[in-house]
Design a protein around this ligand. Sequence first.
Ligand code: TRP
Length: 339
Amino acid sequence: MSNNIVFSGIQPTGSGDMHIGNYFGAVANWVRLQNSGRYQTIYCVVNLHAMTMPYKAEVLAKSTEQMFIDLLACGLDPDKSIIFVQSMVPEHTELAWVFGCVCSYGDLTRQTQFKEKSEQLEGKQDGFISAGLFTYPVLQAADILLYRAANVPVGQDQKQHLELSRDIAQRFNTQFGEYFPLPEVLSTETPKLLALNDPSKKMSKSLGPKSYIGLFEDEASVRSKVRSAVTDIGNPEEPMGPGAANLLAILRACGKHDTAAQFEQEYANGPRRYAPLKEATADALVELTQHMRARRAEVAADRARVKQLMQLGAEKARSIAVQTMRDVRRLTGLFALDY
Ligand code: TRP
């Protein structure tokens, strides 16, 4: 059973703004899917997932609202997509409990993201690892299947979680009757941007501010970061290194295909001078970030409207979620006030 419902989620980043890696890797694609007119698109700020790692309440509240604003600034449109905050639709946690009971313990122990994140925590502070971190993928399956979405645009790193979502749906269907679609990764070409200061790694906030360009960063700092990006010495006898290729990828991501092609042609015929490439990349990024900053300022200026859109998005999501939970309670033999 497949359909045209798209669901995806993004964590509110505790550490401030979205960077261009998040944008081009995920959100820009969400906007494209929304505007293609081929899907019913549902996008969620997954603040409950952010609770699985140590965090501060005030910071979570603030970054949840910030992420909601950023998504609007990026071009998600409340008239075309359902955009909402996960905790405002309590059915997510209710379905997660039901799914916890059709998900095998063994499958959860094999999730590599849990292994990685729990190892990160072991060395830190009191070494506390929450059970929520362990059951994280169960909540993710609930997110998707509450809307019976068959299409989930996520990156490679989420493939295992999606497999688990399918196993959960399958097991539920076998035990209680065909009800859920088996969700698939909706894979689309998205650029994987590398860290500017260490192009052997993916762009990430954890590699420090010089690693990434913030989507709303100011011009001076964009230019200085691009200028100091790690490249190679441009020797035509040797192949281009990943740092320079990353700059070309950024140019293309910004839509400057012709410029990127020109550099490639020039580089194919002789030494690679990277100063002009850096300049062109910085120009393209400044254009993007200035546009984004203006949009964000516009959205953020009307806080009452932001709150209203959050409410509205949650209400739309909830009208679907309530229906699904009613069916699920009936299928699984659970009593509720209306049953
Ligand atoms: N785990 C996803 C991530 O870290 C976020 C997420 C939560 C999600 N629920 C989801 C993604 C449902 C897609 C669908 O990127």
